[in-house]
Design a protein. Structure first.
Length: 256
C-alpha cells in the first residue's frame, strides 16, 4: 500500500480512494501535493486491478484552493511554471484510463474546483461550496479552470462564476450540471462508493474504451469522432466482448 505525507491512499476492493490530507490548510494545493499526486497516479496506472478512483479531501474541505503562502513570492516565470505543473497533473488525472469521481465533501474553491473539474464525475455533499475566487486576489485560475469550466457548463455561466467570483452551493451546482449527484453530507462517501463499485463491476476494457472514446471524440469534429467510435467499437469484439454477448444470450452473469 502506498503511503504519502499530503495524501491518504486506501483501497476498497477494486476501488481506489485518494484523499488530500492537509486539513490544517484546508487541503490547499502546493508543490508537495502535486508531486505526491503524480506518484499516486503512477501507482494507479500500473495497478491493473484498480477499476475506479475516488478523490476527496480530509476534514471540512475538499480543497479550498492553491497554497497562497507558497505562491505569493513567485515571479512571473515561476508562477507560469507552477500553473503548468498543476495543469499537467490534472491532465494526467483526466486522462487516467479508469473512471475518476470527485467526492466534494466541503469547500471546493479555486484550485480545488479545478481539481474536481478534471474528474469524470463530481458528487457533492449538501454542505459543499464551489467557486473560482481568483479574481479577488488579482489572479485568474491557473490549472485549466478557465477552459474546463466553460466546456462543462457553457461559456456564459462559466464567465459569470469566474468574474463575479460567486460561491455556489451544491444544489446550484447541480442545476448548472457542474455536479452529477448531491447527497446528505453523512452519506456522501457511502453513496459515492456504491456507484464506484457499480462501475467496477462493468466490463473493464469496455469501461476504459467508452471513457477514452467519449473524451477524445468531444475534442474532434463530428465526422472524425464517428470514425474513432467505429474503430473502438470494432476493437471490443475480443474475448471480453464475446463473453459479454454470450452471457447475454445464455441469460447468465458475464465473467469479466
Amino acid at each position: 500500500m502506498k503511503t504519502f505525507n499530503t495524501l491518504i491512499f486506501k483501497q476498497e476492493e477494486s476501488v481506489a480512494i485518494l484523499s488530500i490530507n492537509r486539513p490544517q490548510a484546508l487541503n490547499a494545493l502546493n508543490s508537495q501535493v502535486f508531486d505526491e499526486l503524480n506518484e499516486a497516479l503512477d501507482y494507479i496506472e500500473q495497478a491493473n486491478y484498480l477499476k475506479v478512483l475516488i478523490i476527496t479531501g480530509e476534514g471540512k474541505a475538499f480543497v479550498a484552493g492553491a497554497d497562497i503562502a507558497e505562491m505569493k513570492n513567485k515571479n512571473t516565470h515561476e508562477a507560469a511554471d507552477f500553473s503548468e505543473r498543476g495543469q499537467q497533473t490534472f491532465l494526467r488525472l483526466e486522462n487516467l484510463k479508469i473512471p475518476v469521481i470527485a467526492a466534494l465533501n466541503g469547500f471546493a474553491l479555486g484550485g480545488g474546483l479545478e481539481l474536481a473539474l478534471a474528474a469524470d464525475f463530481r458528487f457533492a455533499s449538501e454542505k459543499a461550496k464551489m467557486g473560482q475566487p481568483e479574481v479577488n486576489l488579482g489572479l485568474i485560475p491557473g490549472f485549466a479552470g478557465t477552459q474546463r469550466l466553460s466546456r462543462l457548463i457553457g461559456l456564459a455561466d462559466a464567465l459569470y462564476l469566474l468574474t463575479t467570483t460567486e460561491t455556489i452551493d451544491a444544489n446550484e451546482a447541480l442545476r448548472l450540471k457542474l455536479v452529477q449527484k448531491v447527497f446528505p453530507h453523512e452519506v456522501l462517501m457511502t453513496e459515492t462508493l456504491k456507484i464506484a463499485q457499480l462501475l467496477a463491476q462493468k466490463a473493464p476494457n469496455a469501461l476504459q474504451k467508452v471513457k477514452f472514446t467519449t473524451r477524445k471524440g468531444y475534442e474532434m469534429p463530428f465526422a472524425q469522432a464517428q470514425k474513432l467510435e467505429s474503430e473502438v467499437f470494432g476493437s471490443c469484439f475480443d474475448a471480453e466482448g464475446k463473453e459479454g454477448m454470450n452471457a447475454f444470450l445464455e441469460k447468465r452473469k458475464p465473467k469479466f
